[in-house]
Design a binder for this molecule. Structure first.
Ligand code: FA5
Length: 341
């Protein structure tokens, strides 16, 4: 019997040597000490046929072999588990020195960025930010702004009417009237907002665009105050070398009226692609508030005077950011919008 047990042990050790995976180790255990059909289990069952002395001897040997099988297989399986853990560690290793993934964040619209910059400058000069409705009556859109009844701006070809006497405002100058009705002079307001005109869309025209209106009313205000204010604004906006010029122009709600140009922020006035070689960029309209406008809101033009100006944001935004078509500002293409911050 002891010869046979020795043979069994050799067989087991040989089979053990060829095991390469955890599943094979489990199968080896079943083959040798499985409860139903294990080789050693079957061997144990034959002990009953031996004499008591032989049985004790063989039983002890078989138990030693069983311990040997169990401990060798457990050792092997520990080894496999350790290798698995090590492989998993390598596979799942995290390189904590890698930079984190960037989380996409929203962007402010370029018009908003520009509007905020303009607001900051005027607020620091003591101006209030004023708001007004986008839908206006004839009174605010035209009458109070001294726009004659036959003026072409009143025609349905120019203005979006929503009824007989209601229209989408065509300029932020309407907020001048609201502001003067709400506050007593002295007053300084700027009013950024959307305006609407029946203009055919092209690279420099949109039927909806943004303006910023400015209004200052006080005693003794002159054209010099308007000029000084605009000069201060353009220098803070575009740099200390920036100059302005006024070109006489007509707007019914100011007298005198002027278009304002400033020296090109790109070339400084020598002429480039941005200013189309002229050295100047058009900023918007301006002038001294017409006495009729002051009278309409109950301000005595003998005691008070004021200036107003209105800037278009879209074209300025396009020039500043190198956008060659203002319609891009409203197409909401994220690839376009995320370039600005
Ligand atoms: C006005 O709207 C006057 N309210 C400005 C003003 C205010 C004058 C206060 C005097 C006193 P104008 O129509 O020129 O002016 O428009 C001002 C600016 O709006 C233009 O310089 C231009 O930059 C912009 N603009 C006009 N039409 C369009 C359009 N269709 N698309 C984009 N921008 C436009």
């Amino acid at each position: 019997m002891s010869e046979r047990i020795k043979q069994l042990r050799d067989d087991f050790d040989r089979e053990l040597g060829s095991v390469t995976a955890d599943l094979e180790a489990t199968a080896l255990r079943d083959r040798w000490i499985g409860r139903k059909s294990g080789l050693l289990t079957a061997e144990m069952k034959t002990l009953g046929k031996l004499s008591p002395d032989e049985r004790r001897e063989a039983g002890q040997r078989l138990n030693e072999l069983k311990d040997h099988v169990e401990s060798e297989i457990a050792l092997l399986q520990d080894g496999f588990a350790g290798r698995r853990d090590a492989e998993q560690l390598v596979r799942e290793r995290i390189d904590i020195t890698l930079p984190g993934r960037r989380i996409d964040s929203g962007h402010l619209h370029p018009i908003t960025l520009l509007r905020q910059k303009i607001e900051d400058i005027f607020v620091s000069m003591g101006y209030h930010i004023e708001d007004g409705p986008e839908i206006e009556t004839d009174f605010y859109n035209f009458d109070a702004l001294n726009i004659p009844s036959a003026h072409p701006a009143r025609s349905p070809q120019d203005t979006f009417y929503l009824g007989d006497h209601l229209a989408l405002r065509s300029q932020t100058s309407t907020v001048q009237i609201h502001a003067m009705q709400r506050r007593q002079p002295p007053l300084r307001v700027i009013a950024p907002g959307r305006v609407f005109r029946r203009d055919t869309p092209d690279a420099t025209h949109n039927p909806m665009f943004f303006q910023v209106e400015g209004l200052l009313v006080d005693r003794g205000i002159t054209l010099g105050d308007l000029k000084g204010t605009i000069e201060e604004f353009v220098r803070r906006m575009f740099g200390p070398e920036t100059m302005i010029r006024f070109r006489p122009s007509y707007f019914p709600f100011v007298e005198p009226g002027a278009e304002i140009d400033y020296t090109c922020f790109k070339c400084g006035g020598s002429g480039c692609r941005v200013c189309k070689g002229s050295g100047w960029i058009e900023m918007g309209g301006s002038g001294m508030v017409h006495p009729n406008v002051l009278k309409t809101v109950g301000i005595d033009p003998e005691q008070y005077s004021g200036f107003a100006f209105g800037l278009g944001l879209d074209r300025l935004c396009a020039l500043m950011y190198g956008i060659d078509d203002i319609r891009l500002l409203y197409e909401n293409d994220v690839r376009f919008l995320e370039q600005f911050s």
